[in-house]
Design a protein. Structure first.
Length: 236
């Protein structure tokens, strides 16, 4: 996999330099902070000209930085459950988020909020790829992400351990800002078009909505996840 851009590569150097196989820096570009961090970790890099960088990156805007990294390593679901029970991180199940841009945005936002993890279904979902990493802007280094075969079954396992499940639902729901939250908890966010699937909806302990006092439209999945999780974070 290729990782592009100053911030994504800088965060990777700081958090997981061992996952970087090769690092390319464009000549005559101010990359002093990356050079400093690379030297600090003993990571070697190759200086290349703009033409060679374009050849390696294609149409992607690299900001003069490109790293070849190992394939993304998903966290075990059991680790996500343990972190939740121990109140280290609230899992956010993403049901049907297929747009890599949305997934990358959610990862970045949850990294900024802190104290969250992500669970993706194996099918009908975006995976952590180069586009996701570019949009996440280094957030993947701060948020554990697991992938499971079946979200409904995985949620049921959490419920059996006493974890409360709240879903972001537009209709027939309660305002999250005026609802008591129960911890430890996990959240579920569905896709923009279909929302949370019926099989997953059955597992919810609470159907909560984000208050909207403006136009009768809808938030996109990335924004909805950020607002929903912000409210949860504020109330922990």
């Amino acid at each position: 996999m290729k990782l592009y851009g100053k911030n994504p590569v800088l965060e990777r150097i700081r958090k997981d330099p061992g996952s970087i196989r090769k690092l390319y820096l464009q000549k005559r570009t101010d990359l002093s902070e990356i050079v400093k961090e690379a030297k600090k970790t003993g990571l070697k890099f190759e200086s290349i000209d703009k033409k060679e960088m374009s050849s390696k990156a294609g149409d992607v805007h690299t900001q003069g930085v490109l790293a070849e990294v190992e394939e993304y390593s998903y966290a075990p679901f059991s680790e996500i459950v343990t972190d939740c029970i121990d109140n280290r991180a609230i899992p956010v199940f993403l049901d049907g988020i297929t747009d890599p841009q949305n997934l990358g945005s959610i990862i970045r936002n949850l990294a900024c909020l802190g104290g969250f993890s992500i669970v993706l279904p194996e099918y009908d979902s975006a995976r952590v790829n180069e586009t996701v990493l570019r949009v996440a802007s280094g957030g993947e280094n701060h948020v554990k992400i697991a992938m499971v075969a079946n979200i409904a079954t995985s949620i049921k396992k959490m419920k059996d351990k006493g974890i409360w499940i709240a879903g972001a639902v537009a209709e027939e729901s309660r305002d999250i800002s005026s609802t008591d939250l129960v911890f430890p908890m996990a959240a579920v966010v569905g896709s923009e078009g279909k929302g949370i699937r019926p099989g997953v909806m059955k597992q919810l302990d609470a159907r909560l909505s984000i208050p909207m006092r403006g136009a009768p439209l809808s938030f996109n999945a990335g924004v909805a996840a950020a607002l929903f999780c912000y409210e949860i974070s504020r109330r922990r």
